[in-house]
Design a protein around this ligand. Structure first.
Ligand SMILES: Cc1cc2nc3c(=O)[nH]c(=O)nc-3n(C[C@H](O)[C@H](O)[C@H](O)COP(=O)(O)O)c2cc1C
Length: 122
């Protein structure tokens, strides 16, 4: 499903940005569907997309991340690769130990530490 986005930004506004941080809750191994609606509304070719999630447990982040990468196939991503290549749409196998190595703003040293680790600030 792709629920509509209220106040979708116009293409010209998006065109002004080279790097886009995409935040979402993790909902059953997936980003919120409306986040996919948003990403699919634009040509994000060659833009840098940096996904991050809020989540209730340290589970399913990899599949959620994979989905963001899947709906932005022409973008560059940080991180460039994910720990394990999963089928982002296969949500039938919860509990796979696939999240090791996925770094989020809430990991060590908070948002500032995360931004430093991914090379956004020095
Ligand atoms: C329907 C639903 C599914 C969820 N699925 C997951 C999940 O698969 N993994 C996880 O870590 N947290 C899961 N959560 C917890 C949410 O990620 C958490 O509530 C959210 O990130 C916090 O933002 P909120 O205050 O907007 O709910 C789920 C929450 C809901 C309501």
């Amino acid at each position: 499903l792709r629920p509509g986005v209220a106040n979708l930004l116009d293409e010209e506004t998006i065109a002004k940005y080279d790097t886009i941080f995409v935040g979402s809750p993790c909902w059953w191994h997936q980003p919120a569907m409306v986040v996919c609606t948003f990403l699919e509304a634009y040509d994000l070719k060659d833009k840098v997309v940096i996904p991050f999630f809020t989540y209730g447990a340290t589970t399913y982040l990899n599949e959620s991340m994979q989905k963001i990468y899947k709906v932005t196939p022409d973008s560059k991503h940080i991180p460039e690769t994910l720990p394990e290549d999963l089928d982002a749409d296969d949500i039938t196998m919860p509990g796979r130990p696939d999240d090791a190595g996925i770094d989020m703003p809430g990991s060590a040293n908070g948002t500032e530490g995360w931004l430093r680790r991914i090379g956004i600030i020095e």
